[in-house]
Design a binder for this molecule. Structure first.
Ligand SMILES: Nc1ncnc2c1ncn2[C@@H]1O[C@H](COP(=O)(O)OP(=O)(O)OP(=O)(O)O)[C@@H](O)[C@H]1O
Ligand SMILES: [Mg+2]
Length: 291
């Protein structure tokens, strides 16, 4: 069997396993799916929610970092999360991505995938991409090579060496390069890019995997005003095609991109609404904006 065929076979098996896992919910996937036929890898959003957290809590040495947190977002939505330092924003992302296990609560991706039953790597494969604050691109590789590598992460060393982009993947790479404004830098070493360009490249690497949900933790921290404005454009262009959860302290950036803003404080939702609504909320002014 050729390596290509082996890869194709392994991928089919992986898709089958992922599909099987979506059925291992308490209801066996039946109640939420209402008998609708789901294709492998599809996330059931027929109930209008791509992410659903209910009554989630986690303590670290007796300190409740997340405290009965309930929050959900719609498919294609760009949700902004704000809140003071230590509010639990990053910890919430750790829980969604399987890095931290909550002590109690429910976390669902669509209405059938119980994320608490999956490991971190499986959650990434199910279609949840995460961007940490610090850019983590491969500095010694070109922009092209970084994006190409993003497609190989789940493959072994040998098949990675033999890996060639097919025409669909070439098209995707070209589209991603265009989206992240790095077409003219495709052969530059990632280490020579500006901070903002590195951040876009890392977002591009996530996009190569075509995630359904993107979690972005303080994406414009350290960016110039121009880079921040371009990032706002980028996120607005991703909205609809992907669901996004964006944590930021930069209020002018939030104003440019936001529809619904959720304010976290002491590990739970303090307020939610448009930016104007939450900025007018006395409790929000007291704990966050009025500082
Ligand atoms: N692994 C851990 N062990 C112990 N305490 C932790 C751990 N992770 C987070 N915490 C604590 O939980 C609280 C919430 O932290 P978190 O990093 O989620 O806040 P945040 O809202 O992201 O803040 P910031 O805006 O500063 O990034 C903090 O008090 C933090 O010290
Ligand atoms: Mg944080």
């Amino acid at each position: 069997m050729t390596p290509d065929l082996m890869d194709a076979g392994a991928e089919r098996v992986a898709r089958h396993i992922a599909f099987e896992q979506t059925l291992h919910t308490e209801s066996g996937g039946r109640a939420a799916g209402y008998g609708r036929h789901m294709t492998p890898g599809e996330v059931d959003v027929t109930h209008g929610r791509i992410l659903y957290l209910d009554d989630v809590s986690v303590s670290f040495d007796g300190f409740k970092a997340i405290n009965k947190l309930s929050l959900d977002i719609a498919p294609g939505e760009l949700r902004c999360i704000i809140g003071p330092n230590g509010a639990g924003k990053t910890t919430m992302m750790d829980i969604i991505t399987g890095k931290t296990r909550p002590d109690e609560g429910t976390v669902f991706f669509g209405s059938t995938i119980d994320l608490l039953r999956h490991k971190e790597a499986e959650i990434a494969q199910l279609g949840i991409g995460r961007k940490f604050q610090k850019p983590t691109v491969f500095e010694q590789l070109t922009v092209f090579e970084n994006l190409e590598l993003a497609l190989k992460t789940d493959k072994g060393v040998k098949s990675s060496m033999l890996f060639k982009l097919d025409s669909e993947q070439c098209d995707r790479l070209a589209e991603v390069l265009h989206t992240i404004h790095l077409e003219s830098s495709v052969l530059r070493m990632a280490g020579n890019l500006s901070h903002g360009q590195k951040q876009w490249l890392e977002i591009g690497m996530l996009l190569m995997q075509d995630p359904k949900l993107l979690l972005l933790d303080e994406p414009v921290a350290g960016m110039t005003d121009e880079e921040t404005a371009r990032t706002a454009e980028l996120f607005l262009s991703l909205k609809g095609k992907h669901s996004l959860m964006v944590v930021e302290h930069d209020m002018s950036f939030i104003r440019t991109i936001s529809e619904i803003v959720t304010v976290l404080c002491d590990g739970s939702v303090l307020a939610q609404g448009t930016l104007d609504e939450v900025q007018a909320d006395e409790r929000v002014i007291e704990v966050y904006l009025g500082r």
